[in-house]
Design a protein around this ligand. Structure first.
Ligand SMILES: [Zn+2]
Length: 153
């Protein structure tokens, strides 16, 4: 589920990840912030909040991240190109645009020479740029998008 959370952030969806046993905190947060719960835990699906419709929850069937993505994209009708690379993959914070000069001393020289667009996380100060890793993730996102189209038509 950690990988699924990361992919949703790559697409630009505000996604919190709760590890382990603290179900009550997760449920309270989801109710307070109007979030949808994605879970592999059938117990959560049986809670009255969920069966009564006050809290939207989706039971994730697969343990494979790609299949999980497919299920979430089709069930919630998500847009794979919603806001790509707008959210920090580690902190779930909206990224802030940075100029080339602002990141001069923060990125490797090769990156500085070849990239012109940069984003920074205001919390962890990680710098993002559209390098080869970014391109590989975009290709995978496009594959998810194709899955969705096949499902729709
Ligand atoms: Zn961050």
């Amino acid at each position: 589920m950690g990988k699924l959370a990361k992919w949703l952030r790559i697409m630009g969806y505000d996604t919190l990840f709760f590890n382990g046993s603290d179900d009550s905190r997760m449920i309270a947060t989801a109710l307070a912030e109007g979030r949808v719960i994605l879970t592999r835990d059938t117990q959560i699906m049986r809670r009255r909040l969920v069966t009564g419709g006050r809290l939207k929850a989706i039971l994730i069937k697969s343990d494979q991240p790609e299949q999980q993505m497919h299920q979430v994209i089709t069930t919630l009708n998500l847009d794979c190109q919603f806001r790509p690379f707008a959210i920090c993959l580690e902190c779930n914070q909206p990224l802030v645009e940075r100029s080339k000069q602002q990141v001069k001393d923060l990125v490797p020289p090769y990156v500085f020479q070849t990239q012109s667009q940069y984003m920074e996380c205001p919390v962890c100060h990680r710098i993002y740029w559209r390098g080869t890793h970014w391109q590989a993730m975009t290709r995978r996102l496009n594959r998810f998008a194709e899955c969705q189209r096949k499902e729709e038509f």
